[in-house]
Write a protein that binds this ligand. Structure first.
Ligand code: AKB
Length: 320
């Protein structure tokens, strides 16, 4: 596939998704053509060494406009956000970063004629009255975390900009994302990353959710593929301009523990649920992603056991 001089800005590039997605985008579009950005400079590493990096606060419109102008930006992946668990300790700040940040990016896209915007939503848009099994694309949405409320409002905003201003904005409702390259920060699903680290370090794990807290999850290679497939799909195939349901697997802490114990039989987990259990209780257990499968042929590759084998192999390699 060839692309004509696209110049891509990634906000929140140091996050769990951003640090991997930026590198994938650099492979496709060329290292110099993908500008990673975040609120602070990360330690030297692949992200800063493989291409341009800018310090960028998405709340500062003039800073955003200056970067977009200077780098001749044609597409934006706007990933900067505060996640669900952290959001509950700083609700006003979370609302501001998640909503004002998105508004600034959408307006920048209109002002500068930016051709495409990607913005991640989440299963957090659903709430306690949403059907929790095979949650459909269109259903009751009554999120009760500030993160979920900001994502649901953000979805309405994206659809509005797409319909009213013909902005090509695309979005996915990610489940919990699991990868070995970067740690997540402040989410309710983060336990499913931490547990692998503890297992490989030979340590017991204390889980902040109940053993039966079932949630939708996805391995990072699938999340990267879904994001790029959506962004590369012809515009006429994109029938959902709020955000697509996206599914791969669902499991509970007890099930991921059993999957790890197939490789490490002595691995031990204890359960000490905290406030994050209530958040997990309000989210779906499994997702129906039929529109994503129909519109741009979404198909996940990893299930729980194949993810576990890959996570353990890579973490063992990285931790020596
Ligand atoms: C979180 O737990 O907050 C995120 C999410 C599901 O959006 N991983």
């Amino acid at each position: 596939m060839t692309f004509f001089q696209e110049k891509i800005l990634v906000t929140g590039a140091c996050g769990q998704l951003g640090s991997e997605l930026t590198l994938e985008l650099r492979k496709i579009y060329g290292e110099a053509n993908v500008i990673a950005s975040d609120i602070a400079m990360p330690p030297k590493g692949e992200l800063t060494e493989s291409g341009p990096f800018e310090i960028l606060d998405v709340l500062t419109r003039h800073n955003l406009a200056e970067k977009a102008y200077r780098h001749h930006i044609t597409q934006i992946y706007h990933l900067a956000a505060v996640l669900s668990a952290t959001g509950e300790s700083r609700p006003k700040f979370t609302w501001k970063v998640n909503m004002k940040g998105l508004e600034n990016i959408l307006d920048l896209a209109l002002d500068k004629g930016i051709s495409k915007v990607y913005w991640p939503s989440s299963i957090a848009v659903f709430g306690p009255n949403t059907p929790c099994h095979n949650t459909p694309q269109h259903t009751i949405m009554d999120p009760n975390t500030v993160y979920g409320i900001s994502k649901q409002t953000g979805e309405r905003f994206c659809e509005y900009y797409a319909r009213r201003y013909k902005l090509d904005v695309r979005s996915l409702r990610y489940p919990g994302l699991i990868g070995y390259k970067a740690m997540p920060g402040g989410g309710t699903t983060d336990y499913a990353v931490d547990i692998y680290h503890k297992a490989v370090e030979g340590q017991p794990f204390t889980c902040y959710l109940q053993e039966d807290a079932y949630m939708p999850m996805m391995y990072m290679p699938d999340a990267l593929k879904a994001t790029l497939d959506l962004m590369h799909a012809p515009a006429e195939n994109i029938t959902i301009r709020s955000s697509y349901n996206l599914a791969a697997m669902s499991f509970s802490p007890a099930e991921i523990t059993a999957s790890i114990q197939k490789h490490l039989p002595d691995f031990q987990v204890t359960y000490v649920p905290d406030f994050r259990q209530q958040i997990a209780d309000s989210w779906p257990q499994s997702i129906d992603d039929t529109p994503a499968r129909q519109d741009w042929q979404w198909q996940p590759q990893y299930d729980l056991d194949s993810m576990t084998a890959d996570m353990l192999e890579n973490l063992r390699r990285l931790k020596g």
